[in-house]
Design a protein around this ligand. Sequence first.
Ligand code: NAD
Ligand code: SER
Length: 319
Amino acid sequence: MNKILITGATGQIGSELTPLLRQRHGADNVIGVDQRPPRDPAIAAGGPFHELDIRDATALERIVRENKIDTVFHLAALLSATAEADPQMAWDINMNGLLTILEIARKYCCAVFFPSSIGAFGPQTPPENTPQDTIQRPDTMYGITKVVGELLCDYYHKHYGVDTRGLRFPGLISYKTPPGGGTTDYAVEMFHAAARGHGYSCFLKPDTRLDMMYMPDALAAILQLMAADLNHLSHHNAFNITAMSFTPEQLAAAIKKHIPDFSVHYRIDPIRQAIADSWPRHMNDSAAREEWGWHSEFDLAAMVSDMLEHISYPKRRQA
Ligand code: NAD
Ligand code: SER
C-alpha cells in the first residue's frame, strides 16, 4: 500500500481514516474524494482532496491513473436510514459507486477495502451469535446493496484476482463528525445531547440491542485486515466484527454514571425501529479472530469515558 484513494473521505470513517493514513504513508500519497467538502479543514489542507460524485467514473479513473493508486478504501455510500428514504438513489450510489471502483481496480491492479455492515443481515438471520456464513435476506435497500456489494467483491476477487477485503461493521461510535444517516446513530446523538447538558429523545425502543464499536477499534480493524497475509484469509471479504452489544437504556445508564442528571425519553421512529429490528443483536466474529487476529480494545464503559472526555460543549455538566 503506497498510493491510496479514499472515497467518502469526509464522512464518519473517512474523516478519521484519511489523516491516519496520511500520517503513516505521507500526506501526498493519500488522496481523498467526496461529494461534499470536508468539515474539518485539516482534511482539505492536509493532502490532496477532490470534490466529485462517486458515479463519475471518468474523473475517478483519471485520479487513479495519474496518481498510480494501488489501494482504494471505498467508503462513499448512503447509510441505512438515508437509503430507506430514497431507495432508488441508494441503489444508484451504493451499487454503481462500488462497480465503478471495482472496474477501476481491475484495470489498474488496485486492492480494494469495502465496508459491509450488520445491515447485510435480515429478519431470517439468527440474531444471537450470528454466524459468519448464514442466511442473508435483508429487507432494507441499504442491506440489499451491502449483500450485493459483498458478492461483487467476491466475484472480482475470484474472476479477476482483485484483492478485495471487507468487514461487516456494527454501529460505529465517534466524536469527530456528526451522525450521518444511520440507524445506530442514536448512540452518537445521545452523547452529543448529554455533553450539551440536554436530555435526549431516542428514536429506538429502550431495549433494542445492537452490535456497536468505537472508532479507534474500527480503524485498527481496517488497517489490520488490509495488512493481513492474503494466504491466511479464507473469507477475505465481509468479516463479521464486533466490540460490544447494548441497548439505548444501557447506553443511557452508562452515560448517567458520568452525568447523573442526563435523561432519555423514547419517541420511536417506526422506520428506523423496523430497520434495527431486522438486524442481529450480536454477531459471532470468530472468523476475523482466527484468520487475522481481530480483537477489540474498547468495551462500553471505556468507550463512554473516552467519548465524554473528547466531546466538549460549554454547558457540559460533570459528575
Ligand atoms: P458517512 O455517511 O459519514 O460517510 C459517507 C460519505 O460518502 C459522506 O461523506 C458522503 O458525502 C459520501 N457520499 C455519499 N454519496 C456520495 C456520492 N454520490 N459521491 C461521492 N461521495 C458520496 O458514512 P460512514 O459512517 O463514514 O460510512 C462509510 C462506509 O462504512 C459506508 O459504506 C457505510 O455503509 C459503512 N458502514 C458504516 C457504519 C457506521 O456505523 N458508520 C457501519 C457499517 C458500515
Ligand atoms: N451504522 C450503520 C447504519 O446504521 C450500519 O451500517 O446505517
